[in-house]
Design a protein around this ligand. Sequence first.
Ligand code: UD1
Length: 364
Amino acid sequence: MKIVNVVGARPNFVKIAPIMAEMQKVKGIEPILLHTGQHYDYGMSERFFNELGIPVPDIHLEVGSDTHGRQVAKIMNRFDDYCAHHAVDLVLVVGDVNSTMACSLVASKRNIKVAHIEAGIRSRDRSMPEEINRIVTDSVTDYFFPPSEDAVQNLVHEGHRPDSIHLVGNIMIDTLINQQEKIDASRVLDALDVQPQDYALLTLHRPGNVDQPDHLSGILDAMAEIQEEIKLVFPVHPRTLRQLENHSRYPSLKSLNNLIMTGPFGYHDFGKLLKNAQFVLTDSGGIQEETTYYRIPCITLRENTERPVTITLGTNELAGSSKERIMSHVQKIQSGDWKRGSIPPLWDGLTAHRILQVIKGLNL
Ligand code: UD1
């Protein structure tokens, strides 16, 4: 069985690592790794391959950055060429980035079966590019691997056959568990001169926040106030850096005493920072889950989430981008009045194994 496993952007690498490791153990499966090149900086891509022991990609499409439409078109063009010349039994895609959608569409047009890991999650916010990617990908998926019961229900309501839906749990948590020793060994706290519980961690990259000046301003106001109370570590995504550099407040931001701005971290350093933070502010999807696993308070700088278990069971709350709402959450955390949360079902490190059990049994 020849399976093309698709990755393109940073969160995909974290999700594919345990899948590649598990596939290599199974006789009769030939895993092929395809990197679209959506992310290409060393710190956004290759560093994750090295740290997580992901094999060097067999195919690299080298698409790079562009408008979303053109990026998707380039991936489709190049992947279609590959499929025209190679026998492929299954295309496996993960998550919700442009590469996920582009490759699933190509496969379905060529009558190649599609498996989707992290299927079925929905924010119901179509202004997010990822929501469109989720809906389109699931509309052409043959084998669904949702992480949670809410995602199963979304797929059932959209009319997908129950026997094509396999609730397997959260693949990101496999990696978090597998990498725990190396995360603990990271020296990043020393390097930044911060102590456990004595700093907050911020990540920001959604277009809905960083490309919209009023949203970005609300968050910048909150950052200035937070760093008066506690050190604030802020690894800056390349998209965000570009927008910040164009913002009138960039010079004053750089002069804030307790704001530690850095480039993106690798997986282990970032994991160490997450695990030891007093609280986390983020607009990422995966970080809402990782904080729930570590039981660290998480303030999500969005109005919705496609990962509702992080709120119902975990440590996450939504705050949007207004300074007032963000600060009221911060005060709640600092007064010790935050939920402890619990770890959702099937966040146990065995998701890749469950997925391979299903794939082994497919009659392709
Ligand atoms: C993408 C995903 C998002 C995911 C995020 C993780 C989509 C629609 N979005 O968003 O779901 O949460 O990755 O990071 O697929 N850039 C670099 N170097 C890189 C990559 C990007 O400098 O290696 C810069 C470029 O200026 C680029 C911009 O970042 O235009 C945005 O990159 P892009 O891949 O379009 O989206 P992300 O914001 O990273």
